[in-house]
Design a protein around this ligand. Sequence first.
Ligand code: CP
Length: 304
Amino acid sequence: MRSLIDIQELSVEEIDNLIDTANDIIDNPQKYSQKCKGKKLATLFFEPSTRTRLSFEAAMYDLGGNVLGFSEAQSSSSAKGESVSDTVRTVGYYADIIAMRHPKEGAPMVASMSTDIPIINAGDGGHNHPTQTLTDLLTIKREKGRFDNLTIGFCGDLKFGRTVHSLIGAMSRYKNIKMILISPDELKVPDYIKQTVLEKNNIEYYETNSLESVMPDLDILYMTRVQRERFFNEQDYIRLKDSYVLTPEKLIDAKDDLSIMHPLPRVNEISVAVDKDKRACYFKQVKNGKFIRMALIMMLLGVE
Ligand code: CP
């Protein structure tokens, strides 16, 4: 059985197919309403979530399947000291597919070695978040109509932001992509990603502290929250949390067809006044998340 732990496990063609399926689901939801009848999705969330968990659950219900699981570690036997491997092996006897979020990087990979059913990484620590990336790719395709020839600005916490790490990996496979990495010095993209993804794929990129100076160049602005839960020191979080706050004034020099994205949740980094801007796409991302997860569940379950 195939799992999805890292977005790079999907080929460009497979991503295109998932996007085509998601678009067809959006246009013809009834066609898919019984595709997973009799199948069960388990959502094992050892970390908080609103969008990922509930969109997975809504996705399975909209495919005619059922859902079981837990939304916090404390309500599972991991609170008694059970290992991830034993938890997943157990759930593998009750469900057909698992979506799992865990604060430890690599936990979904370990889980995938403990059961025969597919494991979907729904976010592991500050590492990866491949289904958010699928959501982002569907949104980019619907907004821009292409993946090539784009300048993308990633802004905020690029060190701990797992959605950024996965999207950098996915976008590095397309042609003529330029990435501008906007962050405080303490929250830069980790060196291993620069070396093994950006430099290896000859992606043009540069790092800056200034959002305003690069705003006119951007086709996509991908804002992110400073990830409080990953900091060792609360004082550092407080010092860095408002490094970037996007307001309508800061968008004056932006392109008319800029796409403003954010995986959400937001804290303070996009002013609510920006929500009215036609270029704001972050709630479109939320909506798209369910459809691409429906496509992914069908693919991993081998449903035609
Ligand atoms: N984007 C995202 O992962 O949101 P949640 O934490 O609410 O699932």
